[in-house]
Write a protein that binds this ligand. Structure first.
Ligand code: ATP
Ligand code: MG
Length: 417
């Protein structure tokens, strides 16, 4: 991509009403556009990061045999009336609207009931089981407060997966696989070491659910972790979980954290309410065991922006950065060579943002840093005198001269590392 084709400009200041660091940086660097509190649009730069995060999640969901689908944002009330959640005051985040004829509709804040209703039309027999499906979908939630930037949106992207099983045992096994898949996801996204599987409040069926909490100053939750970091408990269930685990509360240290994922088992509670049954080998009708698994895709992006940034801007890990390389030419010869490198690098699979604007090198460098592009490549008379370019790492600021003919290979190795 050429900078001249990118309509976004970097900004010196974020909007005055934006208090969250993640949104301040993402707005200034041109990744998101703030429409109103809790409502953000994703620009060409921002959407590339969202898509890369989604791809990591997608690969791990596919690896546990889940099938991708997409539900709708508009939902029928009767879908939610079956479980009593359309009129449930505990669900205080609904955005509701109506059709021209006055009949009510809901904007999806969750897809639990909606997915189950769809699965119900197809899954009837033990032969159809188990099943697992997932989607990336926009959720709409009328959150009371939205001061955490993209970490708490009123419109945000969630990955939600649902699994359906004949037996509790099968459900439990899949649930454990999902925990492993989630651990892989957060590891691959570079926040694995700070992310903990956490005991959280359960539903009617199980005592606990599990949250994935990432230690992050900008989070809204409090996580209690023991010294060797093998036990993590959410504040809501602190007393109960400590008792259950036989540990003293005082051994757990409170830390500020952000909930990046939440998984829970419904048991047969929801299938019973929604009359979702299957016919077993013995010809008997039995209720299904269900579980659901969420990841806050855009919240994760916000958490990464918070954690991987410095006074100059964002610092994306190479696998989710919008581009691998920020390319700058200085002087006539440098610019001419930069044009050549732009095609060469792209031909070898490297994603390049080429700053072809008529701007001072200093302001181009500042943009490269603000945007958090992992590698900056500068080509000028000086570097060309040595048949080389200057390569700078965003993460540690280290500079090196790389021979022109080595550049593609060198970058490929760095990006894969
Ligand atoms: P929270 O307690 O933070 O309000 P939740 O428990 O209501 O979240 P879930 O319904 O479990 O959230 O949704 C699954 C995941 O979606 C959460 O773990 C979180 O990462 C993400 N998420 C929830 N609400 C938001 C939001 N308003 N903006 C962005 N991501 C969100
Ligand atoms: Mg939750």
């Amino acid at each position: 991509m050429r900078r001249t084709q990118l309509f976004t400009k970097t900004l010196k200041d974020a909007p005055a009403d934006e208090v969250a660091k993640n949104a301040q940086l993402l707005i200034r660097a041109g990744f998101v556009y703030k429409v109103m509190a809790g409502v953000y649009a994703y620009t060409p730069l921002g959407i590339r990061v969202v898509e890369k995060i989604k791809q990591v999640v997608r690969e791990e969901m596919n690896a546990i045999n889940s099938g991708e689908l997409i539900m709708t944002a508009l939902q029928r009330p009767d879908t939610w009336q079956e479980t009593g959640r359309w009129d449930d005051e505990a669900v205080d985040v609904w955005f509701k609207t109506e059709l021209k004829d006055g009949s009510p509709l809901g904007l999806a804040w969750s897809h639990e009931e909606a997915i189950i209703e769809m699965l119900k039309q197809h899954v009837h027999s033990y032969k159809d089981l188990p099943q697992s499906v997932y989607q990336f979908q926009t959720k709409f939630r009328n959150e009371l407060r939205s001061k955490s930037g993209i970490m708490r949106g009123r419109e945000f992207v969630m990955k939600d997966m649902y699994s359906v099983h004949a037996t509790e045992e099968d459900c439990d096994q899949y649930y454990e696989k999902a925990i492993e898949a989630y651990n892989k996801i957060f590891q691959r996204l570079g926040i694995g070491d700070k992310t903990f599987v956490t005991f959280a409040s359960g539903g009617a069926f199980t005592k606990f659910s599990h949250e994935f909490q990432t230690i992050c100053e900008a989070g809204e939750d409090t996580l209690y972790v023991n010294e060797d970091q093998t036990v993590a408990v959410n504040e809501e269930v602190l007393d109960e979980a400590a008792k259950e685990l036989g540990i003293d509360k005082s051994e757990l240290t409170p830390t500020v954290s952000a909930e990046v994922g939440n998984i829970f088992k419904f048991g047969t509670e929801k299938s019973e309410k929604m009359d979702f049954t299957y016919t077993d080998k013995d010809g008997k009708n039995k209720p299904l065991y269900l579980a659901s698994y969420g990841v806050g895709v855009t919240r994760v992006m916000g958490v990464i922006a918070e954690m991987m940034s410095d006074e100059h801007g964002l610092v994306w890990p190479a696998n989710i950065a919008p581009y691998h390389v920020y390319l700058v030419g200085i002087g006539d010869a440098g610019n001419e060579k930069a044009e050549e490198l732009y095609s060469e690098l792209r031909d070898s699979g490297i994603e390049v943002l080429f700053d072809d604007r008529d701007e001072r090198p200093g302001s181009k460098f500042a943009d490269a840093e603000l945007m958090g592009i992992p590698y900056r490549v500068v080509v000028s008379d000086k570097t060309l005198a040595d048949d080389s370019v200057e390569l700078t790492s965003r993460e540690n600021g280290e500079n090196e001269m790389i021979a022109l003919k080595e550049l593609c290979k060198n970058l490929q190795q760095k990006i894969q590392a």
